[in-house]
Design a protein around this ligand. Structure first.
Ligand code: GLU
Length: 322
């Protein structure tokens, strides 16, 4: 009797295991983004939404992680803790070339580009009562330059250097997350903050709709920045999405692009599938965030300095984009 029970148990177990294989669970991949009031987080959500519609067909399910930003995402992708990360184009270039935060570690040779998404503007938000209207006015002020791990931190430092301001000695520099900066500005605990972000973004809406009136300050020394850094371009901060801001016209600044990166170690099939789903559902994807308004398929192949991952390249060749 015991023997029969044991045999039945084995048969039962085998059936369970086999049916388990028949219903293989999708492979889970994680996308590193940024703070939840930025545009990276909803972008991770938009990619996941499109990809997950076909999770049973493609066998891939995407999850979105809120993180401290670009630099964190590059490092987490390189460490294999995340499969994908949204990363500023300048940070992609620096990681690839062993610059800035990667100076000691050296070039991140396994970094691979997937596609570029939308433009991000270095946005300097200042409380109107401080009299700050340009980056030149930041001397002696309490300014959030961004948390370590964020993309914006180096952009803030570069913008300050361009007008001869040393962030270590000439201002009271704060290193807090952009998601907390709007609240601190409204509470009179900082005078201004930098955030490199797509528009519109929740963080900027929050900063411009409180009781303390704010302005977008002009970035001076843009010429110097464009001369010194190959990855910066001229752009503007739009006022239209922010009715609470005091500016009457769009503000001149410099910017980068938000890009999607992965590692050479992530299998081709996974990167191919993600790329294909986004490009084949392009119109639907574009509707998922107003920052994607001017997106074209061609623009999604610009601003990439890491080699394109072979999985993505396979799709671009098939689609005649490369
Ligand atoms: N550009 C920022 C960074 O790289 C993040 C912006 C966002 O989350 O939208 O850290």
């Amino acid at each position: 009797m015991k023997k029969i029970t044991a045999i039945l148990a084995i048969v039962f177990f085998t059936v369970i295991v086999n049916s388990g294989t028949a219903l293989t669970r999708p492979t889970v991949i994680s996308i590193g983004t940024g703070g939840i009031t930025g545009v990276y987080y909803p972008t991770g959500g938009a990619i996941a939404k499109i990809v997950n519609k076909k999770k049973n067909e493609n066998g891939i399910r995407a999850l979105v992680d809120s993180t401290s930003g670009s630099v964190f995402n590059v490092n987490a992708v390189m460490a294999g803790d995340l499969e994908f990360g949204v990363v500023q184009s300048d940070r992609q270039f620096q990681a690839m070339n062993g610059m800035a935060e990667w100076k000691k570690k050296g070039p991140q040779t396994d970094l691979r580009a997937v596609f570029s998404i939308y433009p991000e503007a270095v946005t300097l938000v200042a409380a109107a009562d401080t009299g700050i209207t340009s980056s030149l006015d930041l001397r002696g002020k309490r300014v959030n330059i961004g948390n370590p791990g964020s993309g914006q931190r180096q952009n803030s430092i570069d913008a300050l250097n361009a007008v001869g301001i040393n962030y270590e000695t000439d201002i009271q520099a704060e290193s807090i997350k952009a998601s907390e900066a709007a609240g601190l500005l409204q509470d009179h605990r900082i005078d201004a903050f930098f955030y490199t972000v797509g528009h519109p973004s929740g963080a900027i809406t929050e900063a411009t709709s409180g009781a303390r009136k704010v302005v977008f300050a002009r970035i001076d020394g843009i010429e110097t920045l464009l001369e010194n850094f190959p990855y910066y371009t001229r752009t503007t901060v739009p006022i239209a999405p922010y009715p609470g801001v005091l500016n009457k016209t769009d503000i001149e600044t410099f910017g980068v692009r938000a890009t999607l990166v992965t590692s050479a170690k992530v299998p081709d099939y996974i990167v191919y599938t993600i790329t294909k789903e986004i490009f084949e559902n392009f119109e639907e994807f574009k509707k998922l965030h107003p920052a994607y308004t001017n997106l074209t398929k061609e623009s999604m192949l610009t601003g990439l300095s890491a080699p394109i991952h072979p999985g993505a390249l396979k799709y671009y060749r098939e689609a005649g984009l490369k």
